[in-house]
Ligand binder design. Structure first.
Ligand code: AMP
Length: 195
């Protein structure tokens, strides 16, 4: 896949284990080398900063989408060549995923989890049709993947919904996971609700 737009959800914490920051930077490098345009939250902290570090180091394209109040708090990364300032968090999430060919979730806090769950929900409803790749550094996402499996096992979701996401251990595996993602179309609306 070339010249594609990838939306990356990542954490803002500076206190998480360095292994997560390293994975974020490496993902930025891998995406830039594979010619993806990276869209992310535009923050200057934590995995967000590391992701941008990686993209910038490889001369890649990176776009930050950040709400006005965070700009006022000086949370925006001043190095970014392109920053989209939006009104609020809802607009940020919409602008990040709009036009994205794929979504990648790195380990993070409640903000990242919410973003990932929204992408999965939108895909289930046929509002977003691209790949969703979960970067499972240090098995961080194991409990969530198990919970999603349980949602399916307990018939809150359909078995076909498990095709909406894929899980990889290393940033280097992401491009392959993106091209191997199961096709998804608005036909998914026929099994979105379990009746
Ligand atoms: P979390 O995973 O809880 O750290 O949240 C990450 C998400 O929360 C980001 O994608 C942003 O939506 C938002 N966020 C929280 N703190 C910041 C920050 N300091 N700078 C920019 N965005 C932030």
């Amino acid at each position: 896949m070339e010249n594609q737009r990838v939306c990356v959800y990542c954490g803002s914490s500076r206190q998480c284990d360095a292994v997560y920051l390293k994975a974020a930077e490496q993902l930025g490098r891998v995406l830039a080398r594979n010619n993806f345009t990276v869209v992310y939250g535009g923050g200057a902290a934590g995995s967000m900063k590391s992701l941008a570090d990686g993209v910038i180091a490889e001369g890649g394209r990176v776009v930050g989408v950040i709400p006005e109040f965070m700009v006022k708090l000086e949370w925006v990364d001043p190095r970014l060549p392109e920053t989209i300032v939006v009104r609020d968090m809802h607009e940020r999430k919409r602008r990040m995923i709009e036009g994205a060919d794929a979504v990648i979730a790195l380990p993070g806090g409640c903000g990242t989890l919410e973003e990932l769950m929204e992408a999965i929900t939108w895909k289930r409803l046929g509002l977003y049709l691209g790949a969703i790749v979960i970067l499972n550094t240090q098995s961080f996402y194991q409990p969530l993947v198990r919970l999603l499996d349980r949602c399916i096992g307990e018939r809150f979701m359909d078995t076909r919904h498990a095709q909406m996401w894929s899980v990889v251990g290393e940033p280097e595996e992401v491009p392959q996971a993106l091209s191997a993602a199961a096709p998804w179309s608005e036909d998914c609306r026929s099994f979105a609700a379990l009746t």
